[in-house]
Design a protein around this ligand. Structure first.
Ligand SMILES: Nc1ncnc2c1ncn2[C@@H]1O[C@H](COP(=O)(O)OP(=O)(O)OP(=O)(O)O)[C@@H](O)[C@H]1O
Length: 154
């Protein structure tokens, strides 16, 4: 990683860590590079759950952890839905609701090689969309696991 990128990464990581530790801090816009970095590029081994809209990964900061929800099918979960979800999460603050820490909406156009059978390959531009939500990390696991485990003991 280049020196400037490392400085930017450390600064973004400090901002997120500050939000985790200061419960009165507001959620903020987070760089995709940071969320990729703390989840080791959304590595399978960091996956902690899977919901209706995406996969949840554990991300590690210097002194704390966060949960990063990566929205799947960004093209069907459109910007209107993402913006609505994000603004609702920002405004909901309650001791019984997992704290929302930040969000990331990143769209890039990348030139990609495309080949159809029998034709020479050519480059096309593809829109790469990433939509992510970041929450405080709850270490006790999912409530449904407790309910399932307890109902087995009845
Ligand atoms: N903040 C968190 N800390 C720890 N684990 C989490 C956290 N958020 C989610 N998980 C794990 O990921 C799983 C899926 O969470 P997710 O919120 O995506 O599910 P969901 O309730 O189906 O939500 P939605 O329908 O909005 O996608 C949870 O059951 C839990 O195991």
């Amino acid at each position: 990683m280049a020196c400037r990128e490392r400085v930017e990464m450390e600064s973004a990581s400090n901002v997120l860590e500050h939000i985790v530790l200061d419960r009165s801090a507001e959620p903020t816009n987070l760089p995709l590079a940071l969320l990729k970095h703390i989840t080791e590029d959304f590595n399978d081994k960091r996956q902690i759950g899977c919901g209706g809209f995406g996969i949840v990964y554990k991300g590690d900061l210097q002194n704390s952890s966060v949960a990063v929800k990566r929205i799947l099918n960004c093209h069907t979960f459109n910007d209107e839905s993402f913006n609505r979800e994000t603004t609702s999460l920002i405004s909901v603050k309650h001791k019984n609701i997992v704290r929302f820490l930040g969000y990331c909406a990143n769209t890039e156009n990348k030139a990609m090689k495309h080949s159809e059978s029998g034709e020479p390959s050519k480059y096309i531009f593809a829109e790469m969309r990433e939509r992510l939500l970041c929450f405080e990390y709850i270490s006790n696991g999912s409530l449904d696991r407790y309910l399932t485990d307890n109902s087995r003991n009845l």
